[in-house]
Ligand binder design. Structure first.
Ligand SMILES: [Zn+2]
Length: 474
């Protein structure tokens, strides 16, 4: 590991330029699949850093694939840059106040840092390869639409990762650590019922209510909850309740379901059960139902060799260093958080609650017993086709929830920058460890093959679906 500090120096050398990119992207928050200016900023920076850049990959205008180096192993480093609605917020303050010209959008999940931090790691690996004259390639994948657009699933389907040897990514969190590979496979499915309109008082016997069908379907699914895996999650939203007139039997109604399960085969099985309930509801109401899978993501696959390799790099580097000003701002943010938020962050990282801790000051052990609530991510699909490891970077006051105004507010702070540069060092050093040690790459591939045994990757998005590029328009 004698080369490790050298890769840290490569990260430090490029940190100011990539911090500036993170700040620029924070200043132009754009929603999923509409990250045009943010992607353009990334492309410009990648060109400036000397990558070979391809934009618009997988039929997505804001998706980027950039490569540097020659031959050797291919290390994929994944970044994101989409923002969120309803999270516009001024930077550097500890009270909610929107930025007028951000149209309601804000980087409430820290993806301005995610994209730039991943690019910082990729740039450092590129510079290290060039300085050493080592054969190897590093690729930066600019992945749009993480917030519900499943762009990575489409990028996987397009085969963009097929020659990558390992993949590395990260996300902002309270504590820096090797991210536990826990996420739920998720399928979003629309059920559209069609019935027959009629006068609800004068001719109710002639009407067949699509709204009744949706309500019966929901009741059926709610009864099913008792008989499904307790880690599975099912939720729904009415997209169309059939109109506003109670005196018309509703001839159409539409409900969107999100069906989540700890693994993709389990999610598919659950989806089949929900479909049967929908058909039952249609049968009961003499309506018809159309089922459309809107999008899907797979669960995250763990990778023990890569996680152990990344943990070593965390322990070598130690926790991030923060200034007194960073701590002061973090304390001001903490004062706006609930004790429950803060305690949840400690539990999720397997740490003992410390009411005085403002910023992450330790790296937790990889096997800390954790208690977290989990969602879904399209990083999951990449982890089925290439061995993948994910870091958490400590870029916010301990306890800051994702998708909060507090997260947006801290997106350009000193501690956000420090946490981003810190995690870039860990990612770059993990990449270097893999390039220098082909046995690690082989072990990572063998680990994935073992986990996939019997269940090869099966894209959760139907072949006919194209990326929903106009999703932000609703
Ligand atoms: Zn996020």
């Amino acid at each position: 590991m004698q080369n490790t500090p050298e890769i840290w120096r490569h990260v430090d050398a490029k940190a100011p330029e990539l911090i500036a990119l993170a700040d620029r992207v924070w200043d132009m928050p754009e929603p999923l699949y509409a990250e045009f200016r943010s992607a353009a900023e990334h492309v410009e920076e990648l060109n400036r850093q000397g990558f070979r850049v391809e934009q618009g990959v997988a039929g997505i205008p804001t998706a980027i694939m950039a490569e540097a180096g020659e031959d050797g192993p291919v290390i994929a480093i994944l970044g994101e840059y989409d923002a969120l609605p309803s999270l516009s917020q001024e930077a550097g303050i500890a009270e909610p106040r929107a930025v007028a010209h951000h149209n309601g959008y804000g980087h409430g999940c820290g993806h301005n840092l995610l994209g730039a931090g991943a690019m910082l790691a990729a740039t450092a690996v590129k510079d290290w390869l060039a300085a050493r004259g080592i054969k190897g390639r590093v690729r930066y994948y600019g992945c749009p639409a993480e917030e519900g657009g499943a762009a990575k699933t489409f990028m996987v389907r397009e085969g963009l990762f097929k020659d990558a040897d390992i993949a590395i990514t990260w996300h902002s969190q309270s504590f820096t650590e090797v991210a536990p590979a826990a996420s739920l496979a998720n399928s979003r499915v629309d059920f559209t019922f069609t019935g027959r309109a009629s006068h609800a008082a004068a001719a109710p016997h002639l009407g067949r209510s699509a709204l009744d069908a949706v309500e019966l379907m929901n009741v059926g699914v709610n009864y099913m909850r008792e008989h499904m895996d307790s880690a599975a999650r099912i939720h729904y939203a009415y997209l169309d309740a059939g109109g506003v007139a109670p005196n018309v039997v509703q001839p159409r109604a539409k409900v969107r379901y999100s069906i989540r399960h700890p693994d993709t085969p389990g999610m598919r099985a659950l989806l089949e059960r929900v479909k049967k309930i929908a058909q039952g509801a249609a049968l009961m109401t003499e309506t018809t139902v159309k089922v459309e899978i809107i999008s899907g993501v797979s669960n995250l696959m763990a990778n023990t060799p890569l996680e152990e390799a990344m943990q070593q790099q965390f322990e070598l580097l130690g926790p991030p260093e923060y200034t007194d000003a960073d701590r002061e701002y973090a304390r001001a943010i903490r004062a706006t958080l609930s004790v429950e938020d803060i305690q949840a962050a400690f539990r999720a990282a397997g740490r003992t609650y410390d009411p005085d801790m403002d910023l992450c000051d330790q790296v937790p052990p990889r096997d800390a017993p954790r208690q977290f609530m989990i969602g879904s991510t399209d990083v999951g699909d990449v982890s089925w086709v290439v061995p993948l490891v994910q870091a958490h970077g400590a870029t916010c006051a301990v306890g800051t929830p994702l998708h909060s105004w507090q997260m947006t507010a801290q997106g350009k702070s000193g501690h956000a920058h420090a946490g981003m540069v810190h995690v870039a060092k860990v990612m770059a050093a993990t990449a270097v460890a893999a390039i220098e040690n082909p046995a690690l790459i082989e072990a990572a591939k063998a680990d994935l093959a073992k986990r996939l045994a019997g269940t090869p990757y099966d894209c959760p998005i139907p072949a006919e679906n194209v990326p929903p590029l106009d999703m932000a328009k609703g």
